[in-house]
Design a protein around this ligand. Structure first.
Ligand code: NAP
Length: 658
């Protein structure tokens, strides 16, 4: 069973001086919630001190200390007052043996309204209550409480492809449900994209305290935006903690999966690191390969003739071997944005080949460590960690959603709506405040709507690196590579020792390069075409019974919070699909084409009405025909509702009655 949904019961033993010091580093809004839990007194919720869900640009620019999204608009005086009240509440709680009063449902509802600054409707309240599990109840696992169901589950082996965030999650949940499974992982270790992306500076740009499974919080993240190594270690810890590692076959790559219609099962051909092949069978497959796991090299004439080293950000080799070298970085997306500040410190020459500049959110805490006081509060203050997760999640989800939506009557090449344009002006001002040289400013100021591409978290290090005396930003296009370096369209030769390709992934090639064959010999790559992945809810695909995807087509989140949340929704749905099979004593379920098509029509229409779907922008979310194949366009609350429980009418069931 999931172990850590219950609020922490670590007793507080620290003295007043320690506590007062620790409180200096904590989140004020979450602290107020903890005060209510400790005192049972909700009157603070009706006072004048209230959080404001500021827009994230303003919040970042005004952030104090280590707080990733700002302090919720509290003044210094208000924060001091809250800390003083907290100190009294904590001492009283400690001195009475750390017992808590019971809060009734109305009080909890009032707390949600207070934190969010608005009256949450019933659905939204249910959604966030489940997400942070205040009551410690795990609604997302599958409990098979009937012997017949348990027996069917035991005869339903599942293959999970990938041991990254989604695969480890699926393994934990299948394990709990008593469904046998094997995880096939092509790498020697756990972590997926976080295993492969080990370039200098690699870290997540979503707050770590929400970038984790809801049932396994990590109160020891060293940074607010954790480094790749720490994220790998977290997923490794989860696999250990829930004892699923023994079911993972490392260095094992899935080459092909073929559905056997007569047997209602999948035959999966795998290859180990020595090329030895084997066929495994399973009743269902869960693909957890993600969207960003196959590095995409740029199609540049003569790249092979370059005699120096060529390395892709997503397949990094060596450690710091670029020091003292002349390096070219191709690309200016999320990966380049993190690599460049690191390389600028040690290379003798750094040339950044930028095709389009990135928008960036001001976030002074982007590289900050989590204070010891914050770690203490997460572990010891009653319910603090749960409300802190809610705070991060809510700010990230609701803070900017409106600005992503396109107004069909808005007519500008630079923005998609009035509020998007407001954001453009704030983000432009943030860039302008960092760049004095007008020529460089011309290069780094984006001329497309915010949210047209992923907006990056910025603490000033990126633009500082571009202004390093040994760094140059080159916006002239690349014509070719030659033995000594890169030739640009103006005929100049840029001599370098190493070319770093931070050029992204084959994100539009879902489940690539596996060969997946469904009913009547239909190949997934044929059904989807080269780069047009579609699935119902991003999870199931007609003609491919019992094949389920985590982070499949149209499930990427642009502003809607942590992808871990979405993966939990998908695994919840998949488990309930299995339950439907077990309850009906059937073997396979195949998504109805019409349901799938209706859903995808809605997805396409909604995506087309966003900044990233705008014809003004190019991005990795679109396929070669301009259709958005990567992103979920809906609010995360809507997706949560859609994936809460499968509708049996959406599927054609088959199989021998069991
Ligand atoms: P990306 O966002 O697709 O960026 C690729 C960059 O390479 C773009 O600047 C692109 O220019 C440029 N490029 C591609 N082909 C080129 C060519 N032939 N010549 C010149 N420039 C070329 O890839 P990414 O930076 O690896 O990021 C992909 C996604 O991974 C992110 O959006 C994010 O979801 C995830 N990621 C997350 C983190 C994090 O959490 N911190 C870090 C890294 C990645 P154009 O924009 O003009 O096409």
């Amino acid at each position: 069973m999931t172990k850590h949904l219950q609020p922490s019961t670590d007793p507080i033993t620290e003295d007043r001086i320690y506590i007062a010091e620790a409180l200096k580093g904590v989140n004020t809004a979450a602290l107020i919630m903890s005060i209510v839990h400790m005192t049972g007194d909700t009157s603070i919720l009706r006072g004048s001190i209230r959080p404001k869900l500021m827009d994230v640009v303003a919040a970042g620019a005004e952030a104090e200390g280590d707080e990733p999204f700002g302090e919720g608009g509290f003044t210094q005086e208000e924060m001091a007052s809250v800390r003083a009240q907290a100190l009294e509440a904590i001492e009283s709680y400690r001195d009475r043996g750390c017992t808590l009063p019971t809060l009734d449902e109305d009080s909890v509802t009032e707390m949600f309204h207070y934190m969010s600054g608005r009256d949450l409707d019933t659905d939204y309240a249910a959604f966030v209550k489940e997400e942070i599990a205040l009551d410690g109840v795990d609604c997302r696992g599958l409990v098979l409480d009937d012997a017949a169901l348990q027996e069917r589950a035991q005869n339903f082996p599942v293959i999970i492809i990938g041991a990254g965030m989604g695969g480890v999650l699926a393994a934990i949940r299948l394990d709990e449900a008593g469904i046998p499974y094997t995880v096939l992982e092509k790498n020697p270790g756990i972590g997926g994209t976080w295993y492969e992306n080990c370039y200098p500076g690699c870290r997540v740009d979503v707050a770590g305290h929400s970038y984790s499974y809801s049932f396994e919080p990590n109160h020891d993240w060293s940074c607010h935006f954790p480094l790749a190594d720490d994220i790998r270690a977290y997923y490794d810890h989860c696999a250990e903690e829930y004892d699923v590692k023994k079911h993972i076959r490392f260095n094992t790559e899935v080459v092909e999966a073929v559905y056997d219609e007569a047997e209602y099962s999948w035959r999966v051909r795998v290859s180990d690191q020595d090329g030895r092949e084997e066929i495994l069978t399973a009743r269902a497959i869960i693909s957890a390969v993600g969207q960003l796991n196959r590095p995409k090299m740029p199609d540049i004439q003569g790249l092979d003739s370059f005699t120096g080293e060529v390395v892709h950000s997503g397949a990094w080799r060596g450690d710091g071997a670029l020091a003292g070298k002349r390096v070219a970085v191709i690309g200016s997306g999320a990966s380049a944005f993190q690599i460049i500040p690191e390389l600028a410190q040690t290379t003798v020459k750094l040339e950044v080949f930028q095709r389009s500049p990135a928008w960036m959110f001001p976030n002074p805490a982007y590289h900050s460590e989590v204070s010891e006081g914050q770690k203490w509060a997460l572990k010891k203050l009653p319910y603090y960690s749960k409300w802190y997760r809610f705070w991060l999640f809510y700010a990230a989800v609701e803070g900017v959603y409106e600005q992503t939506l396109a107004d069909e009557y808005w007519d500008s090449p630079l923005s998609v709506s009035a509020s998007n344009d407001e954001m453009r002006k704030s983000l432009s001002a943030w860039i302008e405040s960092q760049v004095a040289d007008p020529e460089l400013l011309q290069k780094v100021l984006p001329r497309y709507p915010p949210f047209g591409k992923r907006i990056l978290q910025d603490n000033g290090t990126y633009l500082a690196a571009l202004q390093h005396p040994d760094t140059e930003v080159i916006t002239t296009g690349i014509r070719a590579c030659v033995a000594d370096g890169i030739i640009t369209e103006d005929g100049s030769l840029h001599e370098v020792d190493v070319i770093v390709c931070a050029t992204g992934f084959h994100a539009d090639h879902f489940l690539f390069p596996m060969k997946i064959v469904g009913c009547k010999g239909i190949e997934l790559a044929e059904q989807w075409g080269e780069d047009n992945g579609r699935a119902y809810l991003g999870i199931t695909v007609p003609n491919f019974p019992n094949l389920f995807c985590i982070y499949g087509p149209n499930t990427n989140l642009v502003v809607a919070g942590s992808i871990a949340h979405n993966a939990e929704s998908q695994v919840n749905y998949i488990l309930r699909c299995f339950r439907l099979l077990f309850e009906n004593g059937l073997e396979a379920m195949n998504c109805r084409q019409a349901i799938h098509d209706q859903y995808n029509a809605k997805v396409d229409a909604a995506n087309a009405a966003t900044a990233w779907g705008s014809p003004l922008v190019n991005n990795w979310y679109k396929n070669s025909a301009g259709r958005i194949t990567a992103n979920l366009p809906f609010r995360i609350i809507d997706y949560w509702k859609m994936t809460k429980q499968p509708n049996p009418d959406d599927f054609i069931f088959s199989g021998r009655s069991l």
